[in-house]
Write a protein that binds this ligand. Structure first.
Ligand SMILES: Cc1ncc(C[n+]2csc(CCOP(=O)(O)OP(=O)(O)O)c2C)c(N)n1
Ligand SMILES: [Mg+2]
Length: 273
């Protein structure tokens, strides 16, 4: 695959990724557009610029690892993996079909290039911690990146893993919180507010970076800072907009887990032209 640090090229990939997300969820008539669209720049920057990985050799032992802890957002992961060359682009239209590699939540039984099956919220940070510890034991340069939801961050297991990683100085892992302010059925602040989120992660011993999660240069800088930070794990609080890129989905809780109608999809794709 062709990697790039060029911001315009990465933005073009991000736009194509958004188009795939709309197309696949529309075809499936179900799925989670909002939290897929909010994480596009995060995954595009990781897979096309930052991570050391090789789609031709998915089990390369020293590869960097990626875990989508908020597994319901898998359309963004499938689109990016397909664009990298892990999996076929033309299969994306079979999202959520019986037996398809692109299941409704990431499933290694169907897609072995995944690092883990996810979707039961709260577990991904623990997985990344294990991967980080294993890499340390093996003296491997491999790093683990895990994307968490903000609603997901209400899970107790996240904070157990955060405490463990801080205490054990696991500096080869990076957590990215997709802070889109919306969970399944409403706004995070109205259900169980996370604030002060930066202070919480800092108090667990983490290096905390608070950035615009749709700015590719800000993401590139944050991942470079994370890599240079020794003795502490890093968390990137990525300030995002749920449904980013499609006007009527932006900041709209309705599109957490609802497919667009054919008319809505047409309008969305016009906006993403
Ligand atoms: C353990 C568990 N409880 C409940 C769910 C159902 N569920 C799926 S998505 C979701 C809301 C997640 O909100 P957030 O983490 O903010 O996701 P995003 O906004 O990024 O889509 C819930 C409760 C689940 N998948 N796993
Ligand atoms: Mg959210």
């Amino acid at each position: 695959m062709q990697k790039t640090s060029n911001v315009e090229e990465l933005q073009a990939i991000a736009k194509q990724t958004r188009r795939y997300i709309i197309e696949m969820i529309t075809e499936a008539k179900s799925g989670h557009p909002g939290g897929s669209l909010s994480a596009v720049e995060i995954l595009v920057t990781l897979f096309f610029d930052v991570m050391r990985h090789d789609p031709a050799n998915p089990k390369w032992p020293d590869r960097d690892k990626f875990v989508l802890s908020k597994g319901h957002g898998c359309p963004v992961l499938y689109a990016v993996m397909a664009e990298c060359g892990y999996t076929p682009v033309d299969e994306l239209k079979n999202l959520r079909k019986l037996g398809c590699i692109y299941q409704g939540h990431p499933d290694v039984r169907f897609l072995p290039a995944l690092e883990a099956s996810t979707g039961s919220l709260g577990q991904g940070l623990s997985l990344a911690v294990g991967m980080g510890l294993a890499a340390r034991l093996n003296q491997s340069p491999s790093r683990a990146f895990v994307v968490l939801g903000d609603g997901e961050s209400q899970e107790g297991q996240i904070w157990e893993a955060a405490m463990f990683a801080g205490y054990h100085h696991i500096d080869n892992i990076v957590a990215i919180v997709d802070y889109n302010k919306i969970q399944l059925d409403g706004f995070v602040k109205d259900i169980l507010d996370l604030e002060p989120l930066v202070d919480k992660w800092q108090s667990f011993g983490w290096n905390v970076l608070n950035i615009d999660g749709h700015s590719i240069p800000a993401l590139q800088q944050a991942f470079a800072d994370a890599s240079a930070t020794k003795g502490k794990p890093t968390v990137i609080i990525a300030q995002t907009i749920k449904g980013k890129g499609v006007s009527f989905m932006e900041n709209n809780p309705k599109f957490h887990g609802m497919a667009p109608t054919a008319d809505e999809a047409k309008k969305a794709l016009e906006e993403l032209a």
